[in-house]
Design a protein around this ligand. Sequence first.
Ligand code: GDP
Ligand code: IMO
Ligand code: MG
Length: 428
Amino acid sequence: MPGIVVVGMQFGDESKGAVVDYMAKDVDMVVRFNGGANAGHTVVVGDLKLKFRLMPSGALRVKKLVIGNGVVVDPKVLLDEIEMVRNAGFEPDLLVSRKAHVVMPYHKIIDAGKVASSLGTTRRGIGPTYSDKMRRTEAIRVNDLVGDNFLEKLREVLKVKLHELLAFNIINDENELSEYIKRIYSEYSKYGDFLRPYTGNASILVNEALDDGETVLFEGAQGTLLDVDHGTYPYVTSSNPIAGGACVGVGVGPTKIDKVIGVAKAYTTRVGTGPFVTEIHGGLGDKIRERGGEYGTVTGRPRRCGWLDLPMLRYSIILSDISEIALRKLDVLEGIDSIKVCVAYEFNGEEREVMTPFVEELERCKPIYEELEGWEEMGPGSWERIARQGYEALPSQAKRYIEFIEEQLSVPIKMIGVGPKRETTIVR
Ligand code: GDP
Ligand code: IMO
Ligand code: MG
């Protein structure tokens, strides 16, 4: 009954997609449990590069794929992704929870408004959809989208939402409402027809798989510091990317989770607004951004770059009980003479080893660094060769970097990424 959860340990984009794709070779089912199309999970296999936003990243391993109730589903994005996977030569065996909530077009418009934009959201309608879920009177679930009463539901919901539709100039006056409902219905009922065969009771399916002894991989989106409860609130997303989110976002009991794997980059990045203790301003930050291709998968925004932050990783380890780490993008740090690692924060004259999520405190935390010797640029084809040869073939300074992090965190680093491809993964 192995249930394995993969979570991001930083601010998202840690390379969860690459890790899930790699691990999916040994599992029976891959399940997304949180977030929506704000996620962009990249999988590179040979010359094929796909970015998954809603579809679990095991799609190229021909596994059973599940989208749990904790996900907010943009049907148009999902439809396009099903096509994308088919075009790549795979037929997705997908089940979407009927309990999941649907991102509607007005959610995206509201998310692009001034207030949401000040948080630097991805404008994919995530916050407004989760808000409606919690409000309960204004929500549309997958069950409504694919059911017989979708039009009635739409009328009922948009009557309650009228004030918001007017406030965001989505319609100009009340008389336009019925025309607006018709327009949405005509587009979204088609999505419902398309998705109906892919929907069902995901909670039962996943629990049955676990009870039958199958291995289920739960794929988190975003990262620990973007968690709505535990992250750098309010500069967070609206879901729970920590491991416990898998229990709620699918409907599995916590005792069915056997292992939690944390994914971290060998440095830190953040896209969007919010505090960032180890951020590097200027030259070296730009170099890492260019080397690492640090531009948002979903929005194309440049990602802010900084040194590895161990207080952040310690915090993530505690919240999700992470027992092993996958460290990616080690190759990006090549050619830097001296690599800094933040081992603690200084706050009010005291040393702190674990991150605080409170923005006002974080902004006053100063990083305490240790410097480690870097390694030289490896040249074309070198990382592929090293990945084939295994851990011992890494430059000695790179091994020291990894072992230093392990000593500091007391958690083993079992997977190392030295390139974006499935083939550039080292397992120890
Ligand atoms: P996710 O959201 O956590 O799945 O991560 P993203 O896909 O948004 O961002 C990770 C980026 O780094 C993608 O472009 C990956 O192809 C790439 N990547 C993943 N692992 C490695 C690695 O070990 N080295 C390098 N250079 N790139 C990597
Ligand atoms: P993956 O799964 C990185 C960030 C946004 C913004 C904040 C809130 O690819 O790691 P939202 O649209 O969720 O309301 O935006 O969260 N954000 C991400 N950053 N990776 C992601 O996903 C993200 N999903 C949301 O940039 O700062
Ligand atoms: Mg991403």
